[in-house]
Design a protein around this ligand. Structure first.
Ligand code: PMP
Length: 436
């Protein structure tokens, strides 16, 4: 098809983005590890789309399940009714979730899963007679989607400034990035005391006003920041000490990215809630999930507080197409052992990531499971320019990566193999070498 030269004329949100300059980058089809671009090139997917296509692209069992569902039950109201696949999907998710997290609240995106979790936290305390616990704690450089809840607890100051005043009563823990840990392989050894930022907040605001702490186990979108050894454990014990709920936002880390169903299982830290999306349906039909334990769920949906004063639900909660997609995706993960594949390839991945050491302008390399952050030094007076050029060069050479400022993130579909990892880092290395 003809590509209009001024793409921003017809699709504002992305094409008007100032970074969409030059030749259009349009993807027209995809299969397994590759996209096909509008000019007929094969593009190796180094970012699982937007960290979501964990099962690989256009997988037959998932496609078939969506098609069959569309022809069988296209929609079913989620209020006062249900449909079997909703319950099946919830029970399959609960079976993967760590510890006693066995209830699932469905939504349509990571942002909605986060807003749901924040509301559940406040409702939970209120139902227990603790109505004063409304403060929410996020973390600097945290990303929790684009809803007002998510940007309030999120740690991107530009977002918070631009849309303020946002939710009242929000504080932020310090982020976990420490240049002293540059080039650490896996989890950095030092920095667990960063979790003590919570004690400083408690000292100012009193623990009895705080409902929940929300963190991504690994901060993804803001540059792949790996938590130091002991950090999440310390956060858990401080939350226990002060009666604060701990929410892990696993929109990126959920469904196998670290070689385990969730980062919570990988790190051996039990949160009170998990938010998930993306990999749940492998990027096919949009779906979000907030996973909680029964005691928390009941105060929200069935307890006295729920009966008299609150309502929460989406028209498309547990949409039949999303449930069918989720079930087929979870089957693929299980049948093909994809979480195990991620775990098995993690050492080779680590080696490939750290093979970039010494490449021009590379100032840090971070990795865990099948995720990596490659940080480049910003060019004088033009932060983000170098990262963007590397991204464009990779795309021209047939590799899709994610770029945020001068940080390149990689998170391939979990069907990736050793040869593709080698190819990926070969292209990335040449791109970095070629950009001054
Ligand atoms: N939380 C995290 C940790 C995310 O990475 C994202 C998306 N990148 C979101 C929430 C928001 O998800 P969505 O874009 O599906 O609303």
């Amino acid at each position: 098809a003809e590509i209009p030269s001024d793409l921003s004329a017809w699709w504002m949100p992305f094409t008007a983005n100032r970074q969409f300059k030059g030749a259009p980058r349009l993807l027209v089809s995809a299969k397994d590890m590759h996209y096909t671009s509008h000019d007929g090139r094969q593009i190796l997917d180094g970012s699982a789309g937007l960290w979501c296509v964990n099962a690989g692209h256009c997988r037959e069992p998932i496609v078939k399940a969506i098609q069959e569902q569309a022809a069988t039950l296209d929609f079913g109201p989620a209020f006062q009714m249900g449909h079997p696949k909703a319950f099946e999907a919830a029970s399959r998710i609960a079976a993967l979730a760590p510890g006693d997290l066995d209830h699932v609240f469905f939504s349509n995106s990571g942002s909605e899963a986060v807003d749901t979790a924040l509301k559940i936290a406040i409702a939970y305390h209120r139902a227990r007679g603790d109505a004063g616990r409304t403060r929410l704690i996020g973390r600097e450089r945290g990303y929790h989607g684009v809803g007002f809840g998510g940007i309030s607890v999120g740690g991107l100051s530009n977002n918070r400034r631009s849309f303020g005043p946002l939710l009242p009563g929000v504080d932020h823990l310090p982020h976990t990035h420490d240049p002293k840990n540059a080039f650490s392989k896996g989890q950095p050894k030092h920095g667990e005391e960063l979790a003590d930022g919570l004690e400083r907040i408690v000292a100012t605001h009193d623990a009895s006003t705080i409902a929940a702490v929300i963190v991504e186990p690994i901060a993804g979108s803001t540059g792949v920041l790996i938590p130091p050894v002991g950090y999440l454990q310390r956060l858990r014990s401080l939350c226990d000490k002060h009666g604060i709920l701990l929410i892990f936002d696993e929109v990126i880390t959920g469904f196998g990215r670290l070689g385990a169903p969730f980062a919570a299982s990988y790190f051996g830290v039990q949160p009170d809630m998990i938010t998930a999306a993306k990999g749940l349906t492998s990027g096919t039909v949009p779906m979000g999930a907030t996973i909680v334990r029964k005691g928390v769920h009941d105060t929200f949906m069935q307890g006295p507080a729920a009966a008299i004063e609150l309502f929460h639900g989406y028209t498309y909660s547990a949409h039949p197409l999303a449930c069918a997609a989720a079930l087929a995706t979870l089957d693929v993960y299980r049948d093909e052992g994809l979480f195990e594949n991620a775990k098995k390839l993690s050492p080779a991945w680590e080696e490939a990531v750290h093979g970039l050491r010494g490449a021009p302008n590379v100032v840090d390399l971070r990795n865990l499971g099948l995720v990596a952050g490659v940080e480049l030094a910003p060019r004088d007076g033009a932060p983000g320019a170098r990262g963007y050029e590397v991204f464009v060069r990779c795309y021209q050479e047939g590799l899709l990566v994610r770029v945020t400022g001068d940080i390149i993130a990689l998170s391939p579909p979990l069907i990736v193999n050793q040869a593709q990892i080698t190819e990926m880092f070969g292209i990335l290395r040449r791109a970095i070498d070629s950009v001054s």
